[in-house]
Write a protein that binds this ligand. Structure first.
Ligand code: RNT
Ligand code: ZN
Length: 417
């Protein structure tokens, strides 16, 4: 059988369960994913030489990391050529500002013009843009940022975030689509705090000062990202889930849920429907924690499938879906590609589920049938639909992209010495 015949046969098998594979393909293609720029260079950025800090870590020494914006652009374009989807966004961090020769400004002085090259790159590749302030990997972030007891330091980070808000507005204006401006800070303590409240009060005040800056809500959505703990900050995180959930609700901004930022036995997929009862929109960082917030490359596993199922059932247009993983132990274009393709796969898989039937069976409390049907679905020829989706999107099929990546590694990446 050739690809078309395999697809037609697979389509019939899904049809037998009442699922329209054509519609599933079209709906998946319309879901917007934001690809994080930071997988390509191990979260190094362009504005400083120092090590990554803030309780997050990249591990591994695979060669050929992108060392400047030209190489990063090259790798992003290669990666995009492997990923299906009608429209994608690129998720930037403030530390990826591009300075002219000899120029440098600190984070509180960043301006839209420092992201002009990213805008040109986005336009060339038909990409939307999202943005993050970088409240780590900086000498003034050694202790605390927006929750700092040192007023000068706290004001520095407030100025940085206000600068980022203005840059986000510029990115939205230039690309003509909304920009998500996400705030994550590493602030926390290694050991048991004497005072849990004051840092949180200061964080609340800092965020209020940032939000007091006028901005166009049609162009920019602001989100806040919570966390359980970071390395060296195991006992206390100022920006906890409860803090940000309440903060976001009371100020009319978005909560960002990072799938790596909860206790390992918590089901993150379960949180989405609850959040969306109280918010029109929410944001995600899709990651893969292994025992801790390790930011492993996202795989096509049960956790991801369940997350995608919830996205699809709660209307994908209500989500800002961003990816957040970084692995320095493997080829970084392959890391990017696997994670992004796996997210797409999970969304297609979710679109191909007989969810209306499942729902009716649940209402009838026919759990015997649900279990059996769910298992039946797992052995359907999903790969044939996935490869057809890739073919229609002009990207390589599942067994085709890896040789192309190895060729790129040989021709381009391996020359970076
Ligand atoms: C850290 C957060 C944060 C970062 C990126 C680089 O735990 O997940 O989102 O990973 O901003
Ligand atoms: Zn994150």
């Amino acid at each position: 059988m050739n690809q078309t015949e395999r697809f037609e046969s697979a389509k019939e098998q899904y049809q037998a369960l009442g699922v329209d594979a054509e519609k599933a393909i079209d709906r998946t293609a319309s879901i917007v994913l934001s690809m994080h720029c930071w997988q390509g260079d191990d979260v190094m950025g362009f504005d400083r030489k120092g090590a990554l800090s803030g309780g997050i870590q990249t591990t591994g020494n695979y060669p050929y990391r992108a060392r400047n914006y030209q190489e990063l652009f090259q790798d992003i374009e290669k990666t995009l050529s492997f990923i299906p989807g009608d429209h994608k966004k690129l998720n930037l961090h403030a530390s990826y500002a591009i300075f002219d020769d000899g120029e440098w400004v600190d984070r509180d002085k960043l301006e839209p013009r420092h992201f002009k090259k990213w805008v040109e790159f986005a336009k060339k590749n038909h990409l939307g843009l999202d943005f993050n302030s970088t409240n780590f990997s900086h000498p003034l972030a050694e202790n605390a940022t927006l929750s700092s007891e040192n007023e000068e330091i706290r004001q520095f980070w407030i100025r940085h975030n206000i600068a980022c808000l203005k840059i986000s507005e510029y990115l939205a204006e230039e690309t003509g689509e909304p920009c998500l401006f996400n705030i994550w800070i590493p602030d926390g303590l290694k050991d048991i705090p004497a005072d849990r409240l004051s840092p949180r009060k200061r964080l609340m005040d800092s965020l209020d000062q940032i939000l007091a800056t006028p901005y166009d809500k049609a162009k920019v959505r602001i989100s806040v990202e919570s966390k359980v703990f970071g390395i060296g900050l195991e006992s206390y995180t100022v920006g906890s889930h409860e803090f940000y959930m309440n903060y976001a609700s009371s100020r009319g901004i978005l909560c960002l849920i990072d799938t790596g930022h909860f206790h390992p036995t918590e089901n993150v997929a379960d949180k989405l429907s609850s959040m969306l009862l109280f918010h029109d929109e929410m944001a995600l960082h899709v990651s893969r924690p292994v025992r801790w917030d390790s930011d492993h490359v996202v795989l096509f596993n049960d956790d991801l499938r369940e997350l995608a199922e919830e996205i699809v059932k709660n209307d994908p247009r209500r989500f800002f879906i961003g990816m957040d993983y970084f692995d320095a132990s493997i080829n970084r274009v392959s890391a990017w590609t696997n994670g992004m393709r796996n997210m797409q796969k999970a969304l297609l898989y979710a679109e191909l589920e007989p969810s209306q039937t499942f729902k009716e069976l649940q209402d009838q409390r026919d759990f015997t049938r649900i279990m059996s049907l769910r298992e039946e679905v797992k052995t359907l020829p999903f790969g044939d639909i996935w490869n057809e989706y890739c073919r229609r999107q002009n990207v390589p099929a599942e067994n085709e992209w890896f040789p192309l990546l190895k060729q790129y590694e040989k021709d381009v990446m391996s020359k970076r010495v």
